[in-house]
Design a protein around this ligand. Structure first.
Ligand SMILES: [Zn+2]
Length: 468
């Protein structure tokens, strides 16, 4: 199937899984066909002497960024975001692929709704997209049809969130995990235990608390650890591969690692806001708009997660892009403020800034935003690295580009972010999807040509973690 374009990318510093080196890339029909030292491509013999050339002098050439956790809100919540606006924000931030969550209206919980969402995205999405199917109550019979319809994986909410979707009980979960495992699908968990959270919220409201810190206080770390333990215990029993979304605490990550040591195929994700923000510095300063689930944590948790990321203990970093309108994010009563915020456009600049600060290496960033998500969700091989024969998704970055995040200039419908005003160093200057330039210097190029991605092969139970 012809799916992409011809392109030559010259004079950049190319980041492959094993190296960072000056190299030129040849792309034919959307796939890499040759990688050579600077000036070493024989374009005539490759049949590319007429191809468009991108000069990447002074730039780093990364495998395309995959944001493995976004909410693009369509269908049903288009006042917050839609496929056109969300995917535009993505390519502006150097993202070439997103994995999109099922808590839309209606939820993506059966094959017809997967097909419906796919139709909404095709022709309007600027990035390739995977679609999560919802694992809800009494949903086991829908898993196989959803797998056939091409879901990237399943998502299960163990605590309430946007959409207030009811969570399955242990027996239902066990049956669903067995079915998912038999189909080679990984199941992702929003791991917060509502049995711990619900009475704490009730008690806080009863004494009249409505401040930002009350939100964190009612969703303690033990609620995360308990939910991770439950998900892992059931996954081990079902011999299923699972993923823990947005781990927010050191204790949560320790729980994941303990299960990995027992050879459970469990992967872990963190977000920039859990890595870089805290209650003391940010929730106090910014108030209820910082509401997010899981909540911001005390100082020290983010630093511990950053060290764990650098040590290779975390599989991927994703934005959890969860946009709402400015009105929905405003006000002094934390219980009335919608949880979550925009993030897809600033995922990469925030991580490149951590490289500048010496907290991460460029390899760590590539592993966390490209190879890691591709391996976790079954897109590897094929996507997630610069390899001959694979999809030519590229993110060109200028590591010196300085920027101050301004939520009034970000893309998307009404982007609101607690990172507003933050200085970053390093940004995408071009985004290339299967050999087609789709963003250059902050401008959209061409037309939206994103298409559905689905697991290339069954997820194996073994952990995908890369031990260094
Ligand atoms: Zn989410």
């Amino acid at each position: 199937m012809s799916s992409g374009a011809d392109l030559v990318v010259r004079n950049g510093v190319v980041v492959t899984p094993g190296s960072i080196a000056e190299a030129d890339l040849a792309i034919r029909d959307g796939r890499f066909v040759a990688i050579a030292g600077r000036g070493g491509l024989d374009l005539r013999s490759l049949g590319l002497d007429e191809a468009e050339v991108v000069d990447a002098s002074g730039l780093h050439v990364l495998p395309g960024v995959i944001d493995a956790h976004v909410h693009f809100r369509e269908p049903g919540l288009e006042h917050k975001e839609d496929w056109a606006s969300g995917s535009e924000a993505a390519v502006m931030g150097g993202v070439t692929g997103v994995l999109e969550m099922p808590n839309t209206i209606p939820p993506t919980d059966r094959a017809e709704r997967v097909a419906q969402k796919r139709r909404l995205a095709e022709g309007r999405s600027w990035v390739d997209f995977g679609l999560f199917g919802l694992l809800g109550r009494e949903g086991v019979g829908h898993i196989r049809p959803m797998a056939d319809a091409g879901v990237i994986g399943l998502k299960c909410f163990l605590g309430e969130t946007t959409g207030a979707l009811p969570a399955p009980d242990d027996e239902e979960l066990l049956g669903a995990l067995r079915e998912a495992a038999s189909l080679g699908l990984r199941v992702g968990f929003h791991a917060e235990d509502r049995a711990i959270i619900a009475p704490l919220i009730e008690a806080a409201r009863a004494v009249g608390r409505s401040d930002a810190l009350a939100h964190t206080a009612t969703r303690p770390i033990k609620a995360e650890v308990q939910a991770i333990e439950r998900a892992c215990r059931l996954a081990a029993e079902a011999e299923a591969a699972i993923h823990i979304h947005h781990v927010s605490s050191r204790a949560g990550l320790d729980a994941v690692d303990a299960w990995r040591a027992r050879r459970l195929g469990v992967t872990a994700e963190v977000t920039p806001h859990h890595l870089l923000l805290s209650t003391a510095d940010d929730a106090v300063r910014l108030g209820p708009m910082t509401r997010v689930n899981p909540p911001l944590r005390a100082s020290g948790e983010g630093e511990a997660l950053m060290e764990a990321l650098a040590a290779g203990r975390i599989d991927l970093v994703a934005s959890d892009h969860a946009p709402h309108t400015r009105a929905e994010k405003a006000g002094d009563d934390v219980w009335e403020v919608a949880p979550g915020f925009s993030g897809v456009e600033i995922l990469l600049p925030l991580l490149l800034t951590a490289v500048q600060a010496g907290q991460l290496t460029l390899n760590d960033v590539v592993r966390a935003t490209s190879e890691g998500p591709a391996r976790t969700w079954g897109l590897y091989p094929g996507k997630g690295a610069i390899v001959v024969g694979w999809d030519a998704d590229l993110t060109l970055v200028d590591l010196r580009r300085e920027w101050v995040i301004d939520q009034y200039r970000l893309h998307g419908k009404e982007p609101v972010t607690p990172f507003h005003g933050r200085r970053t160093v390093g940004a995408a200057t071009a985004t290339i999807l299967r050999g087609r330039v789709v963003m250059r210097d902050g401008q959209l190029v061409g037309r939206p040509a994103g298409r559905l991605v689905r697991p290339a092969e069954r997820i194996r139970l073994a952990s995908t973690r890369q031990v260094r």
